[in-house]
Ligand binder design. Structure first.
Ligand code: 5RP
Length: 236
């Protein structure tokens, strides 16, 4: 395979590699969703194949994560079968200085919050473009909604000051349907002053499954950046 040259992909690749290096034998790993976590899944698979680690099982957060885990030879398990998740590795769309996150760019935030929230350690893997002073400034907040409740939830989110957009498919007419069969409203609030409060308020609207605010869950953030033409990874 040709060596990667795109700087953003290189950053993602390197943080993925370093997150995968944290995986130990005899552990259960939460496998996140997205292009950065995809590298982590690949490198975990390569470490298993090389015998560097053994008896590692993954709990996927999406159909995409489970396809990648199978491709790279990571045995899968479910939340019915494991007592605990030792480490979750997942991407993010925004990271604030308190390591609070906006997630859901891949519409997988409902399962991601369940898995990442159960993990004893949750490592977030991002490139430096994801770092923000305040959540909501660069990315609209994804909210997963039961299809029958899209109209009333839209009204409730707009009453909270959000501008809503029903997420539409790419190369598919009509809305994006999540792995759970629901729809996603992307809600622009601008800078979110109190993300912990907004997370709860939105989840209290009948018909909302989950929103993409991940508050107080991350234990470490690995940030890939390019300095002097070199890819570096630092830990927050
Ligand atoms: C999926 C997510 C992703 O982790 C998030 O969108 C980041 O993705 P990427 O690593 O491709 O930038 O929350 O629901």
């Amino acid at each position: 395979m040709a060596a990667e040259t795109d700087p953003v992909k290189l950053m993602k690749q390197e943080v993925g590699r370093q997150a995968a290096a944290r995986v130990q034998s005899n552990t259960v790993i939460g496998l996140g969703t997205g292009s950065t976590t995809a590298y982590a899944i690949q490198f975990i698979g390569e470490r298993l194949a090389a015998g560097e680690v053994t008896n590692v099982k993954g709990v996927p957060t999406s159909f995409q994560a489970s396809v990648l885990a199978k491709r790279y030879g990571i045995p899968l398990t479910t939340l019915d079968e494991v007592e605990t998740i030792d480490l979750a590795i997942d991407g993010a769309d925004e990271v604030d200085p308190q390591m609070n996150l906006t997630k859901g760019g891949g519409a997988a935030h409902t399962r991601e919050k369940i898995v990442d929230g159960l993990a004893r350690q949750f490592i977030v893997v991002v490139d430096s473009s994801k770092l923000v002073d305040q959540l909501g400034t660069t990315f609209a907040l994804p909210v997963e909604v039961l299809p029958l409740a899209v109209a009333p939830v839209t009204k409730a989110l707009e009453a909270l000051g959000g501008k809503t957009d029903l997420r539409m498919g790419v190369k598919k007419d009509g809305p994006v349907i999540t792995d759970q069969g629901n729809m996603v409203l992307d809600v622009t609030f601008g800078a979110i002053a109190n993300p912990a409060e907004l997370e709860k308020i939105i989840n209290n609207i009948p018909g909302v499954l989950e929103n993409g605010l991940f508050i107080g869950l991350a234990t470490e953030v690995l940030v890939g950046e390019v300095k002097d033409g070199q890819v570096k990874v630092r830990s927050l």
